[in-house]
Design a binder for this molecule. Structure first.
Ligand SMILES: Cc1cc2nc3c(=O)[nH]c(=O)nc-3n(C[C@H](O)[C@H](O)[C@H](O)COP(=O)(O)O)c2cc1C
Length: 403
């Protein structure tokens, strides 16, 4: 990270009425240290938690609080038109609801509607509020409209309860801000085929075999590639995530369905990233009706290999750059090298899923990237979004070297 990476970037920092409002001060400091010009807008509730003076001193600008301020009643348009990014941090449940409904009843909501700048929301709230179906519906609506909404983290909340709703780490927020503001358009000539998530292999109509994949790495890759200008076809197994806006998303359930879709879209692709954790086995004969206990102590299920999606593509390859993933619990490098060779991949991203905060389910990952010559890069623990950008950087270098 260069010291003045955000020099020349104009950011509007909206602060909502959350107990986490003080954390916006630390963010403001980080942003101005990187050279960004930040103007702060506080909601009336935010001012109950913290006074504007600190923001004003650190930003070097007066803090905006009033849509109808008599000194400058066009503030909302000036801020809307000149911002490179609108960051709302913390974003309350109330703000999320108002933005999702397109309301414009204070300075912050009005300037958001008036602006074409990317909008990044950093939610912070009580776990019960975050998980409320109406809040989740509002978040979904915003994400579908192209608004970036970070997921809050799990942990101890201001109420003393433990749950989802915690303000995300400063590193996660900074990495999202930097990628939104410094996104290169270096993939605009590429057609990417990306897979993500687990597969579900039926045992009977109500049960299935699956794995712990959350899909977050593949979703981050699809979103980042699309933002860098790629045309993305995204094939996802069952996850709880919202498909990235602007990405052609195809939902599948089983390994076989995933293979069918991958084969359909393979010929057009220039880069294929197989981030899905596809089940290796499925039931040879899934039951047509629900299996009953019937008193037996043990139950054996006959399993058969699922199709080797990546391996089966080798014969169809017409120059696609192929990237695979290897989630391992031991002999990481050996296993990844074996897969790279056996499956004819150009690059493999290997991660040790026994490491805390790396791999399945978490928002962060650590991985080693290998190609036929050995280790390309050892990536330390970082947000999956940041890792997606780094993987795309590495692929870009390989594509450029090929030409
Ligand atoms: C002590 C206290 C802490 C609060 N913390 C939060 C919070 O973290 N997140 C949230 O969504 N609302 C929180 N609220 C509720 C909001 O302040 C309230 O919904 C307010 O209307 C939000 O206004 P705004 O969205 O315009 O900033 C809190 C309220 C109080 C009294």
């Amino acid at each position: 990270m260069t010291t003045k990476q955000l020099f020349g970037k104009r950011i509007v920092l909206g602060v909502g009425g959350s107990i986490a409002a003080y954390k916006a001060i630390l963010l403001l400091r980080r942003l101005t240290d990187l050279g960004a010009d930040v103007e702060v807008v506080m909601t009336a509730s935010a001012r109950q938690f913290i006074t504007p003076l600190t923001f004003q001193t650190l930003s070097g600008h007066p803090v905006h609080t009033d849509l109808f301020a008599t000194d400058d009643n066009m503030t909302h348009l000036r801020l809307a038109e000149t911002a490179d990014l609108i960051l709302v941090s913390p974003a309350t449940a109330n703000l999320i609801g108002r933005f999702a409904q397109g309301l414009a009843d204070d300075l912050l909501s009005t300037l958001i509607l008036a602006s074409h700048a990317p909008l990044l929301l950093v939610p912070a709230m009580d776990g019960g509020m975050w998980q409320h179906p109406l809040v989740q519906q509002n978040v979904k609506t915003l994400r579908e409209t192209g608004v970036e909404v970070l997921d809050p983290e799990f942990g101890t909340l201001a109420s003393g309860h433990i749950g989802w709703g915690r303000f995300p780490s400063e590193e996660t927020i900074m990495s999202s801000i930097i990628s939104l503001l410094t996104m290169p358009g270096d993939y605009h000539n590429e057609v990417l085929l990306i897979t993500a998530g687990p597969t579900h292999e039926a045992i009977d109509p109500v049960r299935y075999i699956t794995n712990r994949s959350s899909g977050k790495m593949g979703y981050a890759l699809a979103q980042s590639a699309q933002k860098r200008g790629a045309q993305v076809t995204f094939i996802t197994g069952p996850t709880s995530l919202t498909p990235p806006p602007g990405v052609h998303t195809i939902s599948v359930s089983t390994a076989e369905e995933m293979q069918d879709e991958v084969h359909k879209h393979f010929a057009r692709a220039t880069v294929v990233i197989m981030a899905a954790a596809v089940a290796d086995y499925r039931l040879t004969h899934p039951a047509e009706t629900k299996l009953k206990k019937q008193g037996q102590k043990h139950l054996s299920l006959a399993l058969s290999l699922t199709p080797d999606i990546v391996g089966n593509l080798a014969a169809k390859k017409t120059g696609q750059f192929m990237v695979g993933f290897a989630a391992e619990t031991e002999n990481l490098i050996e296993e990844a090298t074996r897969k790279l060779k056996e499956k004819g991949l150009d690059m493999i991203v290997a991660n040790d899923v026994t490491q805390p905060d790396a791999g399945f389910g978490s928002d962060t990952n650590a991985a080693i990237v290998l190609d036929a010559h050995g280790i390309v890069e050892d990536m330390p623990l970082m947000p999956k979004r940041g890792m997606a950008m780094k993987i795309l950087d590495l692929i870009r270098v390989c594509l450029d070297n090929r030409q």
